[in-house]
Design a protein. Structure first.
Length: 308
């Protein structure tokens, strides 16, 4: 694996790969790699000839008072894990390399960024859109892999690539979970032992919401209340939102029908976590072996992969 720390070096590497007829895969991360990230890397190694991963904690997507300074960083470990996963190029730029001067241009996807996370993290998605647009421009034609755990971000990135005509195929990959349902996140390491025990309540709330949707509850407010009721049973959880939305534009419909995306965010102590699940109205979910979701066996590595 080669470590690249300049934009010019990244562009040269990807241009050379394509000129040799190799398909390029891109996995953007903010580092502190965990098995969720590694699942994206393995997917790209499987699908592509040259795999580029990035480690860059993007300051533009952190609002004042958020956890930029305390965001987990462990570059030495990231280098080892990326190399073991089969990454060809690891792009590790400085902030000055990514933003040689403060950007004057902002990129917004208003319909997708003004609700849910956008309400609680003003400016967050503008920062995400800026760094992803820059990476897409640097890397060029490629496949880019994003986890469904950050579902609103995935929707935004797909629209960004389409609206700005980037030659990028955006690939969404299933959320990876601990056996107790907690979605893997770099922020999980900041949970105290007691908070770690409490954190899976977010997933339990989403599962309860999915059961309500599958049972034919068509009022999104009722489904939201079902999820909120589960959350209220955990004293350490401070719910910010739990909503049932259209999976395409994330708007709340008047009545639920067809595919539904359930999304939730909560603070467990001082740590803010988000998660989501897919549901189909009136259709109990089963995996490819015909078992209901609740009957799934654990992933052999101790995690569950979930389409939400």
């Amino acid at each position: 694996m080669m470590v690249v720390d300049t934009v010019a070096g990244l562009m040269k590497a990807t241009e050379e790969a394509r000129s040799d007829g190799r398909r390029v895969g891109l996995v953007p991360t903010m580092g502190a790699l965990h098995p969720g990230h590694l699942s994206l890397l393995r997917r790209s190694v499987q699908d592509d000839d040259t795999v580029v991963a990035t480690v860059f904690v993007n300051p533009l997507q952190f609002a004042a008072g958020e956890d930029l300074a305390s965001y987990p960083r462990d570059l030495r470990r990231d280098l080892v894990l990326a190399d073991e996963a089969g990454v060809d190029y690891l792009f590790v730029p400085t902030c000055e390399e990514m933003y040689s001067q403060p950007p004057l241009i902002t990129i917004g996807v208003a319909a997708l960024s003004q609700r849910l996370e956008g309400c609680y993290r003003p400016g967050h998605f503008e920062g995400v859109a800026m760094v992803i647009a820059k990476l897409f421009a640097m890397v060029g034609r490629c496949r880019a892999y994003f986890g469904e755990k950050d579902y609103q971000q995935l929707c935004l990135v797909r629209r960004l690539a389409a609206d700005l005509s980037f030659p990028v195929e955006v690939v969404g990959c299933p959320t990876v979970r601990h056996p107790d349902g907690l979605a893997l996140s770099s922020r999980n390491v900041r949970l105290s032992p007691t908070e770690r025990v409490a954190a899976p309540v977010i997933h339990r709330a989403l599962v309860a919401g999915r059961h309500a949707v599958e049972a034919g509850r068509c009022d999104p407010a009722v489904v939201s209340q079902v999820m909120a009721d589960v959350m209220s049973g955990e004293p350490l959880a401070d719910l910010e939102y739990a909503e049932a939305a259209d999976p395409g534009d994330l708007r709340t419909p008047d009545r639920l029908a067809g595919e539904v995306r359930l999304l939730a965010a909560a603070r467990i102590g001082a740590v803010r976590l988000i998660d989501n699940l897919a549901a189909v109205f009136g259709q109990p979910r089963a995996d490819c072996e015909g078992r209901s979701h609740s009957q799934r066996r654990p992933h052999p590595e101790g995690q569950l992969c979930d389409g939400g």
